[in-house]
Design a protein around this ligand. Structure first.
Ligand SMILES: *Cc1c(COP(=O)(O)O)cnc(C)c1O
Length: 387
């Protein structure tokens, strides 16, 4: 981490782990430059979507063979929504969380338009998913941890309620994996997906991972037939035949440099006990919430993240009328968080590299920005395209 920087945005773009530069450089110098095309076999490039998936599996509470890394979260949501609808083809409703990240719901909208009358979208609050699911629902699509508020749903209970109605569930883990212990296998989750570049630190645009319950891996065809998902890609047969298991969901040629970066980044988790990681995460967010209450509530800010530990991911969101310029003023003081519409200052706490001292210093900076009204300055009000 650059000297003097407090980085509370690992929920958006994770830090750059120490081993990544060397791993990518080695791949370029020794594999790409020297061994060239032989590297697909000699350096097992072709297996990286599976092997990197296998190394994420522990963080998901999944069996290594049930996780793949490919494409982006957006593309993988499309894959899995279509797959789920193919499996539950006699039903027509996709039940989505109203306040989910737009990427997820836009894809669901697109699938509904693509399939015309066969599919209907229904949107409800996250808290109501379990009570609103009925026997018309094919799929429930939801985020485990809400990107705005940091509110965490009870994955086990919601998954049970969904299954009781004969529906399937697709969990977006973009704000959970790498900070919250997960048990996809034990909870019998159907599908899950998430970003490689947030708490997993895979780098800007890192490929996404997805999980498919073993029960569903061989029962339906993917929405598009990737040639690497063919049973024998290099047989180059005219007709597509599915590979066994999750591999049939592969698309085309994987981005090797990005996969190598993600793989090296994941090494930071090798010796990490996920329960200890969760304990530190909760301790960081607890302290942050308490300090904001004590020192900043008088300025009209309000913590919107649940105080109940079982309902909280690893971020704290603070509502404030002038949230955008306040975040900019904090960034000018070396404390990086971000802004989310309409009025949220969002602070992510990656337990692998955020320190307790950072919590204290970040709240001191927030208090200073609010007391001095530093946010009330034209330079901080100019909106960038990326917020
Ligand atoms: C970050 C995030 C995404 C982003 O998807 P990309 O395809 O990587 O742009 C999607 N969904 C959720 C819930 C996210 O938090």
């Amino acid at each position: 981490m650059p000297e003097g920087l407090i980085y509370l945005d690992g929920n958006s773009l994770g830090a750059a782990p120490a081993g990544v530069l060397a791993a990518v450089t080695r791949t370029i110098e020794e594999e790409w430059s020297r061994d060239l095309i032989r590297s697909w076999t000699a350096h097992r490039w072709i297996e990286l979507p599976l092997t990197v998936g296998a190394s994420i599996a522990r963080l998901l509470g999944a069996v290594p063979q049930d996780v793949l890394v490919a494409d982006s979260t957006t593309v993988n949501i499309f894959r899995l929504v279509c797959l789920a609808l193919a499996i539950r083809s006699e039903r027509r409703v996709i039940l989505v969380e109203r306040d989910n990240f737009p990427a997820d719901n836009y894809v669901a909208q697109g699938v509904a338009e693509l399939l015309g009358d066969k599919v209907e979208l229904r949107a409800v609050d996250g808290e109501r998913l379990a009570s609103e699911v009925d026997d018309s629902v094919a799929l429930v699509l939801a985020s485990h941890v809400d990107f705005r508020t940091g509110r965490m749903l009870d994955m086990s209970a919601v998954t049970c309620a969904v299954h009781e109605q004969g529906a399937l569930v697709l969990w977006d883990l973009s704000h959970s994996a790498g900070v919250v212990p997960l048990a996809l296998h034990a909870d019998d989750v159907d599908f899950a997906v998430g970003c490689g570049y947030k708490y997993l630190n895979g780098g800007p645009g890192a490929p996404s991972y997805f999980y498919v319950n073993r029960r569903w891996q061989d029962v339906a065809k993917p929405p598009f037939f990737g040639w690497l998902g063919h049973a024998a890609p290099f047989a180059l047969e005219p007709r597509w035949q599915p590979a066994p298991g999750i591999r049939r969901l592969l698309g085309g040629t994987p981005p090797i440099l990005s996969l190598v970066a993600l793989k090296a980044a994941l090494a930071a988790f090798d010796d990490v006990d996920v329960r200890a990681m969760r304990a530190k995460s909760l301790s960081l967010t607890d302290r942050f919430i308490r300090l904001v209450d004590e020192r900043c509530a008088r300025h009209g800010v309000r913590v919107v993240t649940p105080r109940e530990e079982t309902m909280r991911g690893s971020q704290v969101s603070v509502a404030f009328e002038h949230a955008y310029p306040a975040v900019q003023a904090m960034i000018a003081r070396g404390v990086i968080g971000d802004f989310r519409e309409p009025d949220l200052m969002r602070f992510g706490f990656a337990p692998l590299y955020v320190r307790y001292a950072d919590v204290w210093d970040a709240v001191a900076a927030l208090d200073d920005v609010l007391s001095s009204r530093a946010w009330d300055s034209p330079e901080f009000r100019r909106r960038a395209y990326v917020t």
